[in-house]
Write a protein that binds this ligand. Structure first.
Ligand code: FAD
Length: 407
């Protein structure tokens, strides 16, 4: 099997993985970013999530926005909604400027290399061209960062994880159900529609859609429950339910002079596994505006959970709460960091800060931490967190969040 070597391997090229890879490379590490899709961008591309929710805008997220502001007519108009292809373009452009970064698209992480409880790399599968068919490669690295969204790498390494809702008794969370279960937030298939009859005065009035200008609407197209968002067969069943749920709205749009002009490549999964780290962020941490000494970013986003019983829990917060570095460090497993929507938090807590702007900053913190670990020969749980915090807010990373926390 072909062998590659890097200081840092990032699995998953969504907002968190892209931030991680760019930051690790800028910190001087040799980085390989593995993405199974053809394009970088993760949810912003393959789930058609084409709108930024509020948060502290800085770092790589700001750089992507600067490119969108030059290229994307929707972003110029709305300052928050955008088009997937321009998001992918921005990632591609930024990645191509990093000499320390190798991007392997069309490449899927399928396993981990381990020495005891330490991850030492990943096994990936891709297409070899010519007469090779499928090929597998081993990529050895000092640190692997799992930004797969689902925590697949961490699970392959034997990390502890949570799936579903915690019982109220466990962390005393006000919005937790009385009894724990295996239900997660609902899945939603995003799509866009456009007014094609110039005489139509119709305004789409389904649940959750947004006028993004130029006669176009972005639709949070359905709310379907999936029995297990990490299981291919269960996802297939949810996809069938999603088509059934969306077709009546498609017909309404067409009757009223609209056309459905773009359905996301994949049904959007809001939640799957949460890898248990050295700290688990809870609803009470968010409510109380908890400050952690190892904070790497903050959010003021309240809960935003599309609960399985179709009752959307949403409430705003005004105070900031911190995301601690220890939530990125899986318990017991070394050589591994977890960033993005699979990091260590409860079902309720995660619902607020899972949005792109925040996970991008979290990813950048993971990238700098991994580079620091590689440069010093330490494990991610042993790094100098004060140095990480200082580097995060310094050029070229510019993840400037702490002054916003005090505002
Ligand atoms: C329907 C829906 C609507 C949303 N609406 C908004 C919104 O309006 N605003 C907002 O800010 N956020 C929104 N979000 C949340 C936000 O999009 C995600 O939480 C966030 O993008 C998660 O980023 P991530 O990097 O953790 O994971 P993802 O964006 O999911 O990226 C994971 C990447 O890893 C890749 N990958 C997975 N496994 C492997 C593997 N084994 N090998 C190689 N690559 C792999 C995937 O292909 C993907 O590119 C929404 C989410 C959904 C589902």
């Amino acid at each position: 099997m072909e062998q590659l070597k890097a200081d840092v391997v990032v699995v998953g090229g969504g907002p968190s993985g892209f931030g991680a890879a760019i930051s690790a490379a800028r910190e001087g590490a040799r980085v390989i970013l593995v993405e199974e899709d053809a394009m970088l961008g993760g949810s912003a591309v393959d789930y058609g999530v084409q709108a930024f929710s509020p948060g502290i805008v800085c770092g790589v997220n700001q750089e992507i926005r600067d490119i969108l502001a030059q290229k994307d007519y929707t972003f110029k108009h709305t300052k928050s909604a955008f088009n997937s292809h321009w998001y992918a373009y921005a990632c591609n452009l930024l990645a191509s400027r990093e000499s320390n970064l190798t991007v392997l698209t069309h490449t899927t992480g399928i396993g981990v290399l381990m020495e005891g409880d330490r991850v030492t790399g990943v096994v990936v599968q891709t297409r070899g061209g010519g007469d090779k068919g499928f090929i597998q490669r081993k990529i050895q690295a000092h640190v692997v960062i799992d930004c797969s969204g689902d925590g697949d790498v961490a699970v392959a390494a034997g990390a502890e994880f949570r799936y579903g809702r915690e019982a109220k008794s466990e962390f005393n969370e006000p919005h937790a159900p009385d009894v724990a279960d295996r239900r997660v937030q609902q899945c939603t298939w995003m799509y866009k529609s456009r007014r094609i009859d110039p005489n139509s005065t119709y305004v789409p009035d389904f649940d959750y859609n947004r006028d993004i200008g130029f006669g176009e609407y972005l639709h949070w197209g359905c709310q379907v429950e999936c029995e297990d968002t990490t299981d291919a067969e269960a996802l297939r069943e949810a996809e069938k339910k999603a088509w059934e749920a969306m077709l009546p709205n498609f017909e309404t749009l067409e009757r009223n002079g609209f056309a459905v002009v773009g359905i996301a490549p994949k049904l959007g999964v809001r939640e799957s596994r949460r890898i248990v780290g050295e700290v688990i962020v809870t609803e009470n941490d968010c409510n109380e505006g908890r400050r952690f000494p190892d904070a790497i970013t903050s959010s003021s986003r309240g809960l935003d959970s599309w609960e399985p019983d179709r009752k959307k829990i949403f409430y705003a917060r005004s105070a900031m709460y911190d995301i601690p570095y220890r939530a990125l460090v899986p318990k017991r497993i070394d050589g591994l960091l977890v960033a993005g929507r699979c990091l260590s938090a409860t079902h309720i807590a995660k619902s607020g800060f899972r949005v792109m702007v925040t996970v991008s900053s979290i990813g950048q913190a993971a990238g700098i931490a991994a580079a620091q670990a590689a440069a010093t020969g330490r494990m991610p749980r042993e790094i100098d967190v004060a140095r990480l915090q200082a580097r995060l807010e310094s050029p070229p990373h510019n993840v400037i969040w702490s002054k916003h926390r005090e505002e």
